[in-house]
Design a protein around this ligand. Sequence first.
Ligand SMILES: *[C@@H]1O[C@H](CO)[C@@H](O)[C@H](O)[C@H]1NC(C)=O
Ligand SMILES: *[C@@H]1O[C@H](CO)[C@@H](O)[C@H](O)[C@H]1NC(C)=O
Ligand SMILES: *[C@@H]1O[C@H](CO)[C@@H](O)[C@H](O)[C@H]1NC(C)=O
Length: 341
Amino acid sequence: SFFFPPFKAYLIYSSSVAAGAQNGIEECKYQFAWDRWNCPERALQLSTHSSLRSANRETAFVHAISSAGVMYTLTRNCSLGDFDNCGCDDTRNGQRGGHGWLWGGCSDNVGFGEAISKQFVDALETGQDARAAMNLHNNEAGRKAVKGTMQRTCKCHGVSGSCTTQTCWLQLPEFREVGNYLKDKYQRALKVDLLKGAGNSAASRGAISETFNAISRKELVHLEDSPDYCLENRTLGLPGMEGRECVRKGKNLTKWEKRSCRRLCGDCGLAVEERRAELVSSCNCKFHWCCAVKCEQCRKTVTKYFCVRKGVAAAAVQVQRARGNESPASRRKNLRMRKKH
Ligand SMILES: *[C@@H]1O[C@H](CO)[C@@H](O)[C@H](O)[C@H]1NC(C)=O
Ligand SMILES: *[C@@H]1O[C@H](CO)[C@@H](O)[C@H](O)[C@H]1NC(C)=O
Ligand SMILES: *[C@@H]1O[C@H](CO)[C@@H](O)[C@H](O)[C@H]1NC(C)=O
């Protein structure tokens, strides 16, 4: 349960809101680490300068994950007792929940997180145009994602764990779950065609709200297509894929990660360049009496992959050919030497 404090008291939430927004940003960076668009900082300013605001699929994700992050952190703060005016959601405790279980325990108070997050995040949208409606819809989708991924946790009661009755409560998942869920929604985001001839007349405002009301509030919505992230575009502040790192080998890579070099480089008409670097780090540290720690220096070669322009990669290969029949080992060594210069 919770009550709404007077407006000034909202200051008590501002650190939590900031931490939540940061949480959202970090999750965005994680989810898009191996996508062409990788959640760059400039995309994250939920700008209200409408002329520069994009309204594509990525914008939709940024709004959803930010409002989800804010709601999530507020809710968690509440459960941890960080706020005087809010605690567990026990409104249903004692009621039957389903077959053989009762509500009980401490459910995370998402109602609180939802309400406060709405006050903060939705307040950034001041316009009444299609872009504002899109952002509000995606903010809401983010909050729905937090609610929709909550997990029921139960405890058994009865003689020595016989579980004749159970009490259950709802708790927040790891925020990663919310991120995964929203990434999936991002892949299936819906495009609505509202930008053409969208004025500020009552008629067009009516058309906007009608359109958005017809779409489930769980779905992400966008108005524009994404730009071609392969290409550098300074006007749009896009760096392009040249120079981007991708991953190829590794013990624990997902299919999506393993295909990152093709997605980021190959499909953008770029070649993949392998670069080796030697890492020196402290290892085999021993404690000596008293009181010193002595370590050895260990060397490890790491291989990294980067997207490069095709001509550049071809030139590198030609230089190698010109050097004649090198053994693979010495070729690697030479490559390393060349990289140093
Ligand atoms: C809420 O939690 C976040 C991190 O989980 C923390 O940084 C912040 O200070 C907390 N807010 C309050 C008011 O305790
Ligand atoms: C950059 O993007 C804008 C808007 O999509 C487009 O009009 C322009 O042609 C692009 N510039 C380049 C160099 O691709
Ligand atoms: C990574 O490896 C660990 C075990 O080492 C495994 O539990 C986990 O599911 C793996 N993660 C992925 C994404 O494959």
